[in-house]
Design a binder for this molecule. Structure first.
Ligand code: FMN
Length: 235
């Protein structure tokens, strides 16, 4: 592979394109699209968003110190783009995109009803970086649509049809290739020759999870492949 070396640019991809809702101290509510958003700490749960000073939302954010990150889905892709190219200075973007507001539990900014997961945040620090100011915030509540919670009470974001943003384009997430730690998960005892044969025939993508592994990731039961790899590494 031949590589070209480019000048520094914001190329990290994919990123989430989220809808961020804000409410100013006089009750003005707005929504804007943010691509420069990230998880920055697990305990305490913290996130960041980078916002240009010229955004209408910037002042609302600064004065309230609160915002909500609303995850975006295939059904919300038009709203995601629109809220990123139109300003709340000129129009009500909630009305234009038929986004319904819901009351948040810990912050004043509204939740977007159509979004499956809303992350309520309180700003702890603002760092001026250059074009953008980085808002570092603590997550104070997370609101999850029951449609993306499975029968065991676990979050199943596969049902949410989330979207991502990469270098100017919106993408749906596509098929699941693995789950956290699937490459080292222990396998169950081999049950029958038939089940082993089925797995080999069905293996779809090199390195991706096999069907039994996907099942095992859900149930916690070990797969034969992981058992073999454990045996090998023990040698
Ligand atoms: C996909 C996408 C990602 C964006 N990411 C950011 C971002 O991270 N930070 C930012 O300040 N503006 C970002 N924008 C631009 C703002 O969303 C846009 O300027 C918006 O109109 C600001 O709205 P407001 O004036 O109502 O606050 C993005 C726009 C799009 C379409």
């Amino acid at each position: 592979m031949t590589k070209q070396t480019w000048n520094p640019c914001s190329i990290l991809s994919p990123v989430p394109a989220v809808l961020v809702t804000v409410r100013g101290k006089n009750g003005e509510e707005n929504v804007l699209t943010i691509g420069w958003a990230g998880t920055i700490c697990t305990i305490p749960a913290m996130v960041s968003i980078s916002v240009r000073k010229e955004r209408y939302s910037y002042e609302l954010l600064k004065e309230s110190g609160e915002f909500v990150i609303n995850l975006t889905t295939e059904a919300l892709v038009r709203a995601t783009d629109y809220c990123g190219v139109r300003s709340g200075r000129d129009e009500d973007k909630f009305a234009a995109m038929e986004l319904h507001k819901e009351k948040a539990s810990k912050v004043q900014a509204p939740l977007i009803k159509e979004s499956p997961v809303n992350i309520e945040c309180q700003v702890e620090q603002v760092i001026e970086l250059g074009s953008h100011d980085l808002f570092i915030a603590r997550v104070v509540a997370v609101d999850v649509d029951e449609k993306v919670i499975d029968e065991k009470g676990r979050l199943d974001l596969g049902k949410a049809h989330l979207i991502a943003y990469a270098h100017g384009s919106y993408y749906s997430l596509g098929k699941q290739l693995g789950t956290f730690g699937y490459t080292v998960k222990k396998a169950p005892e081999r049950k029958s020759v038939k089940s082993v044969k089925k797995r080999t025939e069905k293996e779809p993508v090199k390195g991706a999870m096999t069907e039994p592994e996907k099942k095992s990731a859900k149930t916690g039961v070990k797969t034969a492949r992981a058992a073999r790899s454990t045996k090998k590494s023990a040698k």
